[in-house]
Structures are given as structure tokens and as C-alpha cells.
Ligand binder design. Structure first.
Ligand code: ATP
Ligand code: MG
Length: 140
């Protein structure tokens, strides 16, 4: 089976969407192999989202992701990476509401930034991100 990293972002936790998100995760055949509640600091977010460090939205992303605790989970199933990305829906929650009404971002996201959940985008990212939060040594 494949593993991917999922995060319920601060807006998801503050909006009390965690139970609905977990219910959906289980309904779609994932198992939750690991989970923990974490308050990220700026350095954590800068390293986690390092690929976006040159983007115009990066400082807003750091503010958003440090604005409250996040729930970090390792999800497991066959094709977990692609299936979790599909279940989340598009990055822009407004697009998700319009075109993927059953997606998680349609359920609890607000816009291009506050989109409620994260998912690894490739096997390489999944490995890096899982060890970032759950490995003994963090890679960057
Ligand atoms: P994630 O990596 O969080 O799963 P994603 O892979 O769908 O989301 P990315 O392009 O990796 O999207 O962007 C990372 C995060 O940065 C987005 O989830 C969103 O919170 C924020 N973001 C991306 N693009 C923008 C933008 N144009 N304006 C504001 N915030 C953005
Ligand atoms: Mg991404």
C-alpha cells in the first residue's frame, strides 16, 4: 500500500471540520496510520513549503499556516497519493465548489489560499513530507 501526507490546515481545525474530514477519509477507504496535532512555526512552514519560497503568496502562506494548530496525518491505501489529491479537489476552493462539489475543499475551503487541507503531490514529496513530520531525521 501507498502512504501520503495529509494536513488539516488551521482554517479546517478552527472551523471544526476535522470530524467530517476524517469521516470522509475513512469512507473513501484510507486508513489513518499516524496522526498528530502540531503548532507550526515560521521556520517549519518555510522548510515544508520551500518549493514555493519565491512565490508572491509565500509570506501570506507562512502567516496562514502558523495561524493555529494543524492536524498532520499519514494516510494509507492503494494509490493514496493520487486518490487523496482527487478527494481534496482543486487548490482554489471556489473552483472546487463549482466543479468538484463533493471534494473536501468544496466542503471546507474558502479561496485560493484558505483551502483547508494539504496533500503530497508525488511519491518523492510524500516520502519527504512524512519524514518531515514523523521521521527521526527531517529532510529538507
Ligand atoms: P498543498 O501543497 O497545500 O496541498 P496544492 O498542492 O493544491 O496545495 P500548491 O501550488 O502546492 O497547491 O500551493 C500550496 C499552498 O499555497 C496552497 O494550498 C494554498 O494554500 C497556497 N497558495 C497557492 N497558490 C496561491 C495563490 N495564488 N494565492 C494564495 N495562496 C496560494
Ligand atoms: Mg502542493
Amino acid at each position: 500500500k501507498e502512504r501520503t501526507l495529509a494536513i488539516v490546515k488551521p482554517d479546517g481545525l478552527l472551523g471544526n471540520y476535522t470530524d467530517d474530514i476524517k469521516k470522509t477519509i475513512i469512507e473513501y477507504g484510507f486508513s489513518i496510520a499516524e496522526e498528530k496535532l502540531v503548532q507550526l512555526d515560521e521556520d517549519n512552514v518555510r522548510r515544508f513549503y520551500a518549493e514555493h519560497s519565491s512565490k508572491s503568496f509565500f509570506s501570506n502562506l507562512v502567516t496562514y499556516m502558523t495561524s493555529g494548530p494543524v492536524l498532520v496525518m499519514v494516510l494509507e491505501k492503494e494509490s493514496a497519493i493520487a486518490d487523496w489529491r482527487a478527494l481534496m479537489g482543486p487548490t482554489d476552493a471556489n473552483k472546487a465548489k463549482a466543479t468538484h462539489p463533493h471534494s473536501i475543499r468544496a466542503m471546507c475551503g474558502r479561496d485560493m489560499e484558505k483551502n483547508c487541507v494539504h496533500g503530497s503531490d508525488s511519491p518523492k514529496s510524500a516520502q519527504r513530507e512524512i519524514s518531515f513530520f514523523f521521521g527521526e531525521v527531517s529532510t529538507d
